[in-house]
Design a protein around this ligand. Structure first.
Ligand code: NAD
Length: 335
Protein backbone atom coordinates (compact mmCIF):
# COMPACT_ATOMS: atom_id res chain seq x y z
CA UNK A 1 0.00 0.00 0.00
CA UNK A 2 1.21 3.51 -0.80
CA UNK A 3 2.03 5.71 2.22
CA UNK A 4 -0.46 8.46 3.02
CA UNK A 5 0.27 11.90 1.60
CA UNK A 6 0.77 14.26 4.54
CA UNK A 7 2.95 16.98 3.05
CA UNK A 8 2.22 18.74 -0.21
CA UNK A 9 5.18 20.36 -1.93
CA UNK A 10 4.22 23.56 -3.73
CA UNK A 11 6.73 24.74 -6.33
CA UNK A 12 5.84 28.21 -7.65
CA UNK A 13 3.55 30.17 -5.36
CA UNK A 14 1.67 32.60 -7.62
CA UNK A 15 -2.10 32.57 -8.15
CA UNK A 16 -2.29 28.81 -8.65
CA UNK A 17 0.43 27.62 -6.27
CA UNK A 18 -1.12 29.70 -3.48
CA UNK A 19 -4.51 28.17 -4.29
CA UNK A 20 -3.10 24.64 -3.95
CA UNK A 21 -1.43 25.59 -0.66
CA UNK A 22 -4.69 26.99 0.73
CA UNK A 23 -6.70 23.91 -0.31
CA UNK A 24 -4.14 21.50 1.18
CA UNK A 25 -3.88 23.45 4.47
CA UNK A 26 -7.69 23.49 4.79
CA UNK A 27 -7.63 19.71 4.47
CA UNK A 28 -5.18 19.36 7.35
CA UNK A 29 -2.05 18.71 5.29
CA UNK A 30 1.36 20.22 5.83
CA UNK A 31 2.54 22.40 2.99
CA UNK A 32 6.13 23.15 2.09
CA UNK A 33 6.48 25.81 -0.58
CA UNK A 34 9.23 27.44 -2.58
CA UNK A 35 9.37 30.20 -5.19
CA UNK A 36 12.41 32.01 -6.61
CA UNK A 37 10.85 35.51 -6.63
CA UNK A 38 11.92 38.01 -3.97
CA UNK A 39 9.23 38.62 -1.33
CA UNK A 40 7.15 35.58 -2.32
CA UNK A 41 6.57 34.49 1.29
CA UNK A 42 4.55 37.61 2.14
CA UNK A 43 2.47 37.38 -1.02
CA UNK A 44 1.76 33.70 -0.41
CA UNK A 45 0.61 34.33 3.17
CA UNK A 46 -1.61 37.20 2.01
CA UNK A 47 -3.20 35.07 -0.74
CA UNK A 48 -3.90 32.19 1.66
CA UNK A 49 -5.28 34.67 4.20
CA UNK A 50 -7.67 36.02 1.58
CA UNK A 51 -8.84 32.49 0.74
CA UNK A 52 -9.26 31.28 4.32
CA UNK A 53 -12.70 32.83 5.13
CA UNK A 54 -14.25 30.96 2.18
CA UNK A 55 -12.51 27.75 3.23
CA UNK A 56 -13.87 28.15 6.76
CA UNK A 57 -17.36 28.33 5.26
CA UNK A 58 -16.75 25.14 3.27
CA UNK A 59 -15.38 23.42 6.39
CA UNK A 60 -11.88 22.87 7.76
CA UNK A 61 -10.50 19.36 8.32
CA UNK A 62 -9.02 18.34 11.69
CA UNK A 63 -5.61 19.90 12.14
CA UNK A 64 -6.20 22.47 9.39
CA UNK A 65 -4.02 25.43 10.20
CA UNK A 66 -2.18 28.28 8.55
CA UNK A 67 0.71 27.36 10.83
CA UNK A 68 1.31 24.22 8.82
CA UNK A 69 2.70 26.26 5.96
CA UNK A 70 6.48 26.20 5.71
CA UNK A 71 8.30 28.51 3.32
CA UNK A 72 11.42 26.66 2.23
CA UNK A 73 14.62 28.39 1.14
CA UNK A 74 15.33 26.05 -1.75
CA UNK A 75 13.72 23.72 -4.24
CA UNK A 76 15.84 20.99 -2.76
CA UNK A 77 14.20 21.47 0.66
CA UNK A 78 10.73 21.03 -0.90
CA UNK A 79 11.84 17.86 -2.69
CA UNK A 80 13.23 16.43 0.55
CA UNK A 81 10.10 17.15 2.62
CA UNK A 82 7.16 16.53 0.26
CA UNK A 83 5.14 13.34 -0.25
CA UNK A 84 3.63 14.78 -3.44
CA UNK A 85 4.83 17.77 -5.44
CA UNK A 86 2.58 20.17 -7.34
CA UNK A 87 4.48 22.44 -9.72
CA UNK A 88 2.80 25.77 -10.59
CA UNK A 89 5.59 27.71 -12.30
CA UNK A 90 5.07 30.04 -15.31
CA UNK A 91 3.62 28.48 -18.45
CA UNK A 92 6.85 28.22 -20.46
CA UNK A 93 7.93 24.86 -21.81
CA UNK A 94 11.68 25.35 -21.46
CA UNK A 95 11.35 26.70 -17.91
CA UNK A 96 9.10 23.82 -16.86
CA UNK A 97 11.32 21.19 -18.51
CA UNK A 98 14.36 22.53 -16.59
CA UNK A 99 12.39 22.64 -13.37
CA UNK A 100 11.07 19.08 -13.74
CA UNK A 101 14.56 17.86 -14.51
CA UNK A 102 15.73 19.41 -11.21
CA UNK A 103 12.75 18.13 -9.19
CA UNK A 104 13.20 14.68 -10.68
CA UNK A 105 16.85 14.61 -9.68
CA UNK A 106 16.09 15.56 -6.08
CA UNK A 107 12.74 14.04 -5.07
CA UNK A 108 12.63 10.45 -3.72
CA UNK A 109 11.49 7.98 -6.39
CA UNK A 110 8.08 7.24 -4.85
CA UNK A 111 7.03 10.91 -4.91
CA UNK A 112 4.57 11.78 -7.68
CA UNK A 113 5.20 15.12 -9.37
CA UNK A 114 2.22 16.95 -10.88
CA UNK A 115 2.23 20.03 -13.09
CA UNK A 116 -0.58 22.60 -13.01
CA UNK A 117 0.07 23.45 -16.66
CA UNK A 118 -2.97 24.76 -18.54
CA UNK A 119 -2.08 23.07 -21.78
CA UNK A 120 1.52 21.85 -22.17
CA UNK A 121 1.84 18.18 -22.92
CA UNK A 122 3.08 15.88 -20.14
CA UNK A 123 5.15 13.92 -22.69
CA UNK A 124 7.17 17.09 -23.28
CA UNK A 125 7.38 17.99 -19.60
CA UNK A 126 8.78 14.57 -18.68
CA UNK A 127 11.23 14.36 -21.59
CA UNK A 128 14.32 15.22 -19.50
CA UNK A 129 13.34 13.25 -16.38
CA UNK A 130 15.12 10.09 -15.27
CA UNK A 131 11.86 8.91 -13.73
CA UNK A 132 9.29 10.14 -16.24
CA UNK A 133 6.77 7.57 -15.01
CA UNK A 134 5.93 9.72 -11.95
CA UNK A 135 5.09 12.91 -13.84
CA UNK A 136 1.41 13.76 -14.31
CA UNK A 137 -0.57 16.84 -15.23
CA UNK A 138 -3.09 18.00 -12.62
CA UNK A 139 -4.66 21.06 -14.22
CA UNK A 140 -6.79 23.01 -11.70
CA UNK A 141 -9.07 26.03 -12.07
CA UNK A 142 -8.86 29.37 -10.37
CA UNK A 143 -9.61 29.66 -7.45
CA UNK A 144 -8.02 26.27 -6.83
CA UNK A 145 -9.14 26.28 -3.18
CA UNK A 146 -12.85 26.36 -4.18
CA UNK A 147 -13.37 25.02 -7.70
CA UNK A 148 -13.34 21.22 -7.57
CA UNK A 149 -12.33 20.48 -11.16
CA UNK A 150 -8.82 19.18 -11.83
CA UNK A 151 -7.98 17.60 -15.20
CA UNK A 152 -5.61 14.66 -14.82
CA UNK A 153 -3.52 13.19 -17.63
CA UNK A 154 -0.24 11.45 -18.19
CA UNK A 155 2.35 11.52 -20.95
CA UNK A 156 3.72 8.64 -23.01
CA UNK A 157 5.93 7.52 -20.10
CA UNK A 158 3.57 8.12 -17.16
CA UNK A 159 2.61 5.03 -15.19
CA UNK A 160 -1.03 4.29 -14.33
CA UNK A 161 0.02 4.07 -10.66
CA UNK A 162 1.09 7.74 -10.71
CA UNK A 163 -2.22 8.76 -12.30
CA UNK A 164 -4.14 6.79 -9.65
CA UNK A 165 -2.10 8.34 -6.88
CA UNK A 166 -2.79 11.86 -8.16
CA UNK A 167 -6.50 11.14 -8.62
CA UNK A 168 -6.66 9.81 -5.04
CA UNK A 169 -4.91 12.84 -3.56
CA UNK A 170 -7.15 15.27 -5.45
CA UNK A 171 -10.26 13.38 -4.31
CA UNK A 172 -9.02 13.56 -0.73
CA UNK A 173 -8.60 17.31 -1.22
CA UNK A 174 -12.31 17.53 -2.02
CA UNK A 175 -11.84 17.86 -5.78
CA UNK A 176 -13.41 16.33 -8.87
CA UNK A 177 -10.52 14.78 -10.81
CA UNK A 178 -11.48 14.45 -14.46
CA UNK A 179 -9.33 11.87 -16.25
CA UNK A 180 -8.37 13.22 -19.68
CA UNK A 181 -7.92 10.02 -21.65
CA UNK A 182 -6.18 11.47 -24.71
CA UNK A 183 -3.13 13.68 -24.41
CA UNK A 184 -4.03 16.86 -26.30
CA UNK A 185 -2.90 20.48 -25.98
CA UNK A 186 -5.27 22.60 -23.94
CA UNK A 187 -6.94 19.47 -22.52
CA UNK A 188 -10.76 19.61 -22.35
CA UNK A 189 -12.00 22.58 -20.37
CA UNK A 190 -9.62 25.19 -21.79
CA UNK A 191 -10.45 24.10 -25.33
CA UNK A 192 -14.09 24.93 -24.61
CA UNK A 193 -13.31 28.16 -22.80
CA UNK A 194 -10.91 29.33 -25.49
CA UNK A 195 -13.58 28.92 -28.20
CA UNK A 196 -15.88 31.25 -26.27
CA UNK A 197 -13.02 33.64 -25.49
CA UNK A 198 -12.00 33.96 -29.18
CA UNK A 199 -15.56 34.76 -30.21
CA UNK A 200 -15.83 37.30 -27.39
CA UNK A 201 -12.63 39.06 -28.49
CA UNK A 202 -14.00 39.28 -32.05
CA UNK A 203 -17.24 40.85 -30.82
CA UNK A 204 -15.34 43.49 -28.82
CA UNK A 205 -12.88 44.06 -31.67
CA UNK A 206 -15.71 44.59 -34.16
CA UNK A 207 -17.41 47.06 -31.78
CA UNK A 208 -20.49 44.83 -31.59
CA UNK A 209 -20.69 44.72 -27.78
CA UNK A 210 -18.84 45.80 -24.63
CA UNK A 211 -17.20 43.47 -22.13
CA UNK A 212 -20.09 44.21 -19.75
CA UNK A 213 -22.76 43.27 -22.29
CA UNK A 214 -20.94 40.06 -23.17
CA UNK A 215 -20.59 39.10 -19.52
CA UNK A 216 -24.33 39.77 -19.07
CA UNK A 217 -24.99 37.45 -22.03
CA UNK A 218 -23.51 34.62 -19.97
CA UNK A 219 -24.25 35.58 -16.34
CA UNK A 220 -28.04 35.87 -16.67
CA UNK A 221 -28.47 32.85 -18.91
CA UNK A 222 -26.15 30.06 -19.98
CA UNK A 223 -23.79 30.56 -17.01
CA UNK A 224 -26.51 29.57 -14.57
CA UNK A 225 -27.26 26.38 -16.51
CA UNK A 226 -23.61 25.45 -16.96
CA UNK A 227 -23.07 25.12 -13.21
CA UNK A 228 -25.11 21.94 -13.05
CA UNK A 229 -25.86 20.60 -16.54
CA UNK A 230 -23.06 21.71 -18.82
CA UNK A 231 -23.64 22.39 -22.50
CA UNK A 232 -24.67 18.98 -23.84
CA UNK A 233 -27.34 18.15 -21.29
CA UNK A 234 -28.72 21.73 -21.43
CA UNK A 235 -29.12 21.44 -25.21
CA UNK A 236 -30.72 18.02 -24.80
CA UNK A 237 -33.48 19.79 -22.85
CA UNK A 238 -33.64 22.58 -25.43
CA UNK A 239 -34.74 20.05 -28.06
CA UNK A 240 -38.05 19.45 -26.30
CA UNK A 241 -39.41 15.98 -25.51
CA UNK A 242 -37.27 14.28 -28.18
CA UNK A 243 -34.13 15.81 -26.74
CA UNK A 244 -30.79 16.10 -28.52
CA UNK A 245 -32.02 14.40 -31.71
CA UNK A 246 -34.55 17.13 -32.39
CA UNK A 247 -32.23 19.83 -31.14
CA UNK A 248 -29.60 18.90 -33.72
CA UNK A 249 -32.16 18.58 -36.50
CA UNK A 250 -33.61 21.98 -35.69
CA UNK A 251 -30.46 23.95 -34.94
CA UNK A 252 -27.86 21.83 -36.75
CA UNK A 253 -28.04 23.87 -39.96
CA UNK A 254 -27.03 26.97 -37.95
CA UNK A 255 -23.64 25.33 -37.38
CA UNK A 256 -22.92 25.96 -41.05
CA UNK A 257 -23.60 29.70 -40.78
CA UNK A 258 -20.40 31.57 -41.47
CA UNK A 259 -20.50 33.86 -38.46
CA UNK A 260 -18.57 31.95 -35.82
CA UNK A 261 -14.81 32.41 -36.06
CA UNK A 262 -12.29 29.99 -34.72
CA UNK A 263 -9.09 31.92 -35.58
CA UNK A 264 -8.44 34.57 -32.91
CA UNK A 265 -8.45 38.27 -33.81
CA UNK A 266 -5.16 40.20 -33.83
CA UNK A 267 -4.48 41.40 -30.28
CA UNK A 268 -4.03 45.04 -31.34
CA UNK A 269 -3.30 47.82 -28.84
CA UNK A 270 -6.82 49.06 -29.45
CA UNK A 271 -8.45 45.71 -28.63
CA UNK A 272 -6.36 45.34 -25.48
CA UNK A 273 -7.34 48.88 -24.43
CA UNK A 274 -11.03 48.18 -25.05
CA UNK A 275 -10.92 44.97 -23.00
CA UNK A 276 -9.02 46.65 -20.16
CA UNK A 277 -11.23 49.75 -20.13
CA UNK A 278 -14.42 47.66 -20.27
CA UNK A 279 -13.45 45.45 -17.34
CA UNK A 280 -12.17 48.47 -15.36
CA UNK A 281 -15.64 50.01 -15.69
CA UNK A 282 -17.23 46.73 -14.59
CA UNK A 283 -14.94 46.53 -11.53
CA UNK A 284 -16.33 49.95 -10.58
CA UNK A 285 -13.50 50.87 -8.21
CA UNK A 286 -13.32 47.47 -6.51
CA UNK A 287 -9.82 45.98 -6.13
CA UNK A 288 -8.97 42.50 -7.39
CA UNK A 289 -8.78 41.30 -3.77
CA UNK A 290 -12.30 42.65 -3.10
CA UNK A 291 -13.62 41.00 -6.23
CA UNK A 292 -11.94 37.73 -5.23
CA UNK A 293 -13.82 37.77 -1.92
CA UNK A 294 -17.11 38.44 -3.74
CA UNK A 295 -16.36 35.64 -6.23
CA UNK A 296 -15.53 33.24 -3.39
CA UNK A 297 -18.74 34.04 -1.47
CA UNK A 298 -20.78 33.48 -4.65
CA UNK A 299 -19.03 30.19 -5.43
CA UNK A 300 -19.59 28.84 -1.93
CA UNK A 301 -23.26 29.86 -2.05
CA UNK A 302 -23.75 28.22 -5.47
CA UNK A 303 -22.05 24.99 -4.41
CA UNK A 304 -24.08 24.90 -1.20
CA UNK A 305 -27.31 25.42 -3.19
CA UNK A 306 -26.39 22.62 -5.60
CA UNK A 307 -25.66 20.26 -2.70
CA UNK A 308 -29.38 19.79 -2.08
CA UNK A 309 -29.81 18.40 -5.59
CA UNK A 310 -26.65 16.28 -5.55
CA UNK A 311 -25.43 17.62 -8.88
CA UNK A 312 -22.12 18.98 -10.18
CA UNK A 313 -19.91 20.77 -7.70
CA UNK A 314 -22.70 20.38 -5.10
CA UNK A 315 -22.18 16.62 -5.11
CA UNK A 316 -18.41 17.04 -4.74
CA UNK A 317 -19.02 19.38 -1.80
CA UNK A 318 -21.41 16.86 -0.18
CA UNK A 319 -18.80 14.09 -0.52
CA UNK A 320 -16.16 16.37 0.94
CA UNK A 321 -18.42 17.19 3.88
CA UNK A 322 -18.98 13.47 4.50
CA UNK A 323 -15.23 12.92 4.63
CA UNK A 324 -14.92 16.00 6.84
CA UNK A 325 -17.45 14.60 9.35
CA UNK A 326 -15.72 11.22 9.37
CA UNK A 327 -12.38 12.91 9.89
CA UNK A 328 -13.73 14.93 12.84
CA UNK A 329 -15.35 11.80 14.31
CA UNK A 330 -12.08 9.93 13.93
CA UNK A 331 -10.46 12.83 15.72
CA UNK A 332 -12.85 12.54 18.66
CA UNK A 333 -14.67 15.77 17.86
CA UNK A 334 -18.18 16.59 16.78
CA UNK A 335 -18.48 18.84 13.79
N1 NAD B 1 -3.96 31.52 -13.63
C1 NAD B 1 -4.82 30.59 -13.97
O1 NAD B 1 -6.04 30.83 -14.09
C2 NAD B 1 -4.37 29.16 -14.18
C3 NAD B 1 -5.33 28.15 -14.12
C4 NAD B 1 -4.90 26.82 -14.24
C5 NAD B 1 -3.55 26.52 -14.41
N2 NAD B 1 -2.65 27.54 -14.49
C6 NAD B 1 -1.24 27.16 -14.66
O2 NAD B 1 -0.58 27.25 -13.42
C7 NAD B 1 0.79 27.61 -13.61
C8 NAD B 1 1.09 28.85 -12.80
O3 NAD B 1 0.25 29.89 -13.22
P1 NAD B 1 -0.07 31.16 -12.29
O4 NAD B 1 -1.29 31.79 -12.87
O5 NAD B 1 -0.04 30.77 -10.84
O6 NAD B 1 1.20 32.08 -12.60
P2 NAD B 1 1.85 33.20 -11.65
O7 NAD B 1 2.65 34.05 -12.52
O8 NAD B 1 0.80 33.81 -10.78
O9 NAD B 1 2.80 32.34 -10.71
C9 NAD B 1 3.96 31.70 -11.15
C10 NAD B 1 4.95 31.64 -9.99
O10 NAD B 1 6.06 30.85 -10.39
C11 NAD B 1 7.24 31.49 -9.89
N3 NAD B 1 8.38 31.05 -10.68
C12 NAD B 1 9.04 31.70 -11.66
N4 NAD B 1 10.05 30.94 -12.12
C13 NAD B 1 10.03 29.78 -11.41
C14 NAD B 1 10.82 28.62 -11.40
N5 NAD B 1 11.86 28.47 -12.23
N6 NAD B 1 10.53 27.65 -10.52
C15 NAD B 1 9.47 27.76 -9.67
N7 NAD B 1 8.68 28.85 -9.65
C16 NAD B 1 8.96 29.84 -10.50
C17 NAD B 1 6.95 32.96 -9.99
O11 NAD B 1 7.81 33.70 -9.13
C18 NAD B 1 5.48 33.01 -9.60
O12 NAD B 1 5.33 33.21 -8.20
C19 NAD B 1 0.97 27.78 -15.11
O13 NAD B 1 1.45 26.59 -15.65
C20 NAD B 1 -0.45 28.05 -15.61
O14 NAD B 1 -0.65 27.65 -16.95
C21 NAD B 1 -3.02 28.85 -14.37
Amino acid sequence: MQPQIRTLGVVGSGVIGAGWAARALAHGLDVVAWDPAPGWQGRLSAAIGNAWPALEKVGLFPGASLDRLRCADSLDAVCRAADFIQESAPERLELKQNLHERIDAQAPPEVVVASSTSGLLPTELQSRCRRPERLVVGHPFNPVYLLPLVEVLGGAETSPVSIDRAMELYRNLGMHPLRVRTEIEGFLSDRLQEALWRELLHLVNDGVATTEELDAAIVYGPGLRWAFMGTCLSYHLAGGAAGMDDFLKQFGPALKLPWTRLPAPELSEELIARMAEGTRRQADGRTVKELERLRDDCLVAIMQALKRFEVGAGRTLAENEKRLQEAHRGNGQTS
